[in-house]
Design a protein around this ligand. Structure first.
Ligand code: F6P
Length: 343
């Protein structure tokens, strides 16, 4: 069997562990593994697949990034991109395993609906894929945020400063909330539970008078600027985040500038950016990437297509791709309330 594998969208630590998991099992059973380069672009244009060997998979379980390369590729432009992908799968592969987040899995679902043999694997450090408790890359991102807060804590305390830390996460606050919880943040501002600038400043004033002269405030990149006294881009106010690169909105620096304007605080900003995506995956990411990869492989050899392995509690279950094709997973109120108990 010619099993194709691709990684699409933003990279995330743990992708190589998933590719390795699928590949080692495929080689064990005498199948071929075709690595598609640069995500959907490798199928929508000239076929960019190469036969992987066991050597390619050796020593990569702990390597970040993706050995296949990835891309944010808009399959609807140029027109016909999706049809090229369908054709390429038909001509070159017996089955395709697509590792990616919500955008990728929406394409996987569409392909499966068209009758293509496709199996998904959940990846996104944003952790916002609906229907699964875990996505490849999330644990590493959270660990990096937590470690950064540990480091910022000592300098914040020494200088009695307010430290604003901007995290990734797109329209959801998983990375900010869980990273902030693990790193002892004094305030976490996320899209799901908006705070006004007055509320943020009131919290800092209260902390300064009753508890501590310094504060660490985690701000998710996807918060609405309007709620903190700024002007939001029309793409975001109209309900979507489209192709807007959220980091360019600079919410961390904006919140810091407003605190500065209020006066009485010395403020510094750290934008963690792509540090949250780079480097080695945590053991947790390696283990779960291996588990979801293995489950995807089992589906492939069983001829179960149009499915994706999802994590529910401590188990991996195979679900239809339709489960992840619409909607988004948000931070629930009870989890945010737990974070708030430590503010
Ligand atoms: O979706 C993952 C993610 O890291 C988001 O958290 C972030 O907004 C985006 O990708 C950044 O994308 P790029 O690497 O294309 O700048």
């Amino acid at each position: 069997m010619r099993i194709g594998v691709l990684t699409a969208g933003g990279d995330a630590p743990g992708l190589n562990a998933a590719i390795r998991s699928i590949g080692i099992m495929a080689f064990r059973d005498g199948h071929e593994l075709i690595g598609i380069e640069n995500g959907w672009a490798g199928l929508a244009n000239d076929f960019a697949g190469r036969d992987l060997t066991p050597n390619d998979l050796s020593g990569i379980v702990g390597q970040g990034g993706t050995l296949l390369g990835t891309a944010r590729y808009d399959l609807d432009s140029p027109e016909g991109g999706r049809l090229h992908v369908l054709k390429a799968i038909d001509e070159h592969l017996d089955v395709l395993v697509a590792i990616g987040g919500d955008g990728t899995q929406r394409i996987s679902y569409w392909l499966a609906e068209c009758g293509a043999p496709v199996v998904g694997v959940p990846k996104t450090l944003d952790n916002d894929l609906i229907g699964t408790d875990y996505c490849i890359g999330f644990d590493t991102a959270v660990s990096i945020v937590a470690e950064s807060l540990d480091r910022l804590y000592t300098t914040a305390a020494s200088h009695h400063r307010v430290m604003i830390v901007e995290t990734m996460g797109r329209a959801t606050g998983w990375v900010a909330a869980m990273g902030g919880l693990a790193g002892g943040a004094d305030l976490i501002v996320i899209p799901e539970f908006p705070m006004t600038m007055d509320e943020i400043i009131a919290h800092l004033v209260k902390r300064r008078t009753s508890r501590s002269a310094f504060s660490i405030v985690v701000v998710a990149e996807g918060i609405n600027l309007g709620t903190v006294g700024g002007v939001e881009s029309s793409e975001i106010t109209s309900g979507g985040i489209g192709g807007v690169r959220l980091a360019t909105r600079g919410v961390g620096h904006f919140v810091a500038s407003k605190i500065d304007e209020y006066g009485g605080f010395e403020v510094r900003t750290t934008v963690l950016g792509h540090l949250q995506r780079g480097g080695s995956p945590t053991a947790y990411d390696r283990i779960w990437a291996t588990r979801v990869g293995a489950c995807a492989y089992d589906a492939v050899v069983a001829g179960k297509y149009g499915v994706i392995p999802l994590v529910r509690g401590n188990d991996v279950t195979l679900e239809p791709l339709s489960t992840v094709a619409t909607g988004q997973r948000h931070v629930p109120r009870e989890l945010y309330e737990l974070c708030s108990a430590f503010f």
